[in-house]
Design a protein around this ligand. Structure first.
Ligand SMILES: Cc1cc2nc3c(=O)[nH]c(=O)nc-3n(C[C@H](O)[C@H](O)[C@H](O)COP(=O)(O)OP(=O)(O)OC[C@H]3O[C@@H](n4cnc5c(N)ncnc54)[C@H](O)[C@@H]3O)c2cc1C
Length: 404
């Protein structure tokens, strides 16, 4: 009898085929605009952020079920659709916002009706997000006092497309402890936006957003002043694990395709796959892929039981990303000239996975996060760390605890 996961896999495959997602993946890369149609379709079947409680707009799924969903969508569709599933998670600090803000922005986000961006990075503050300079100053107004935002955000996904963004700005104090989060509708006076061009994830049109004396109502602050990074910590750990499964889903698709190719393609009178120069690198990829997948699934298990640690989340993402990049490079190589062209999806998958070496914690920052936990502890094994996610606690007030 098929298990529950296989039934979900069958649903995912059917969804990908019905919406022609593998073809749409290529089309969206060639004409990079936000895929509203697919976003709404995912919302209509309840696949946007399904691990969140129904009270917020999700479906109360176990995180392991969402992990299987994003891996499957990446494998049979493309990274675009798996990343759409993760959008509500990227904005989940909104759970700490006022009820009217949640109803206006969070509930419709789960339905695929609005897009909410995240704005942390600045020209002078990337990995070291605690150094950001944008200010939010409470000023008296004609009515209620309002926050006035000044500064520039850069490297921002959906810079031009998002209708609202969660903006991180300094309300006073040093480092991450002085940073607060705000829900900012992007049509407010004083905001100027420019999209940009990237190697991969081109549909995100990463760009720059300038704030010149932008007035934001006081009730648009999310959580307490100075609490922004404390709100982010737990979700950031989980999204890194889910992203690791997106990379592995993309690599799995390419490994399956190239393995079929090398057994069908003949050279020197034999299938390419019968030459050790071709089969050995692919078998090494198989071993690394399985190891990375097991590491990620172990982290997913700890998401389910609420014991996910910083190091295991960081290492799951780091290992899955590195493993997938090597496998995708081999898939391009052993597909010959076609692998270097748009005739296969290998190069597109590689470009998209390459973004993971920088976004949501760069490779170096992930290793720093892991080292801080593993080397900073007396005995192994390393998991099962009690988390303290209060603002300013060691796990939240740190380099690399960032969402972009
Ligand atoms: C596809 C994509 C989407 C993104 N989306 C968003 C978004 O929506 N919102 C947002 O706010 N940001 C977003 N970002 C920005 C992203 O978060 C930053 O690019 C990232 O934090 C790195 O910052 P930086 O580019 O300023 O590099 P820097 O911080 O200048 O780092 C440069 C290099 O030095 C390394 N490095 C830095 N510090 C150390 C150290 N202590 N030890 C060793 N190496 C170090 C880094 O790993 C990196 O390789 C996105 C980035 C990408 C690629």
């Amino acid at each position: 009898m098929p298990d529950e996961g296989s039934a979900l896999d069958a649903e995912i495959r059917e969804f990908c085929e019905r919406l022609r997602l593998a073809q749409r993946y290529r089309e969206i890369d060639e004409r990079p605009v936000f895929p509203w149609k697919e976003f709404r379709a995912l919302g209509s079947v309840g696949w946007l952020g399904p691990r969140f409680p129904a009270a917020l707009g999700g479906r109360g799924w176990a995180p392991s079920r969402e992990a299987r969903l994003v891996e499957g969508l990446a494998r049979w569709g493309g990274s675009v659709f798996a990343k759409l599933v993760l959008q509500p998670g990227f904005s989940s600090v909104l759970a700490a916002a006022s009820v009217p803000i949640r109803e206006r922005w969070l509930t419709p986000l789960f339905r695929g009706e609005v897009l909410v961006g995240n704005q942390i990075t600045e020209p002078g503050a990337g990995s070291d997000a605690g150094a950001l300079l944008m200010t939010a100053t409470l000023e008296p107004g004609p009515g209620e006092p309002t926050y006035v935002l000044n500064g520039t955000k850069s490297g921002i996904a959906f810079a031009e497309e998002a209708q609202a963004a969660i903006v991180y700005a300094r309300t006073g104090g040093e480092g991450t402890r002085g940073i607060s989060a705000f829900l900012v509708p992007q049509d407010l006076r004083g905001i100027q936006r420019e999209g940009g061009e990237d190697l991969g994830e081109r549909w995100m049109r990463r760009g720059t957003v300038h704030y010149d004396r932008v007035r934001v109502p006081r009730d648009h602050r999310i959580g307490e002043e100075g609490a922004a990074f404390g709100l982010l910590a737990s979700e950031l750990r989980q999204e890194r694990v889910l992203l690791s499964l997106v990379y592995l889903g993309l690599a799995r698709a390419s490994l399956d395709e190239v393995e079929r190719y090398v057994m069908g393609r003949r050279a020197f009178g034999r299938p390419l796959g019968s030459f050790e120069g071709v089969s050995f690198p692919l078998m090494e990829d198989e071993a690394r892929w399985s190891a990375a997948h097991l590491l990620s699934l172990e982290a997913v298990r700890h998401m389910d039981d609420g014991s996910l640690g910083d190091a295991e989340s960081a290492l799951a993402k780091w290992f899955a990303n590195e493993t997938s990049l090597v496998a995708l490079d081999h898939a391009m190589q052993f597909s010959g000239g076609a692998g270097y062209s748009h005739d296969t999806l290998h190069e597109l998958r590689w470009r998209d996975v390459r973004s993971g070496k920088l976004a949501h914690g760069s490779s170096e920052i992930l290793l720093l996060v892991a080292a801080r936990e593993i080397l900073g502890r007396e005995s192994l094994p390393y998991r099962k760390v009690t988390k303290d996610v209060r603002p300013g606690s060691p796990s939240s007030d740190q380099m690399g605890e960032r969402a972009g």
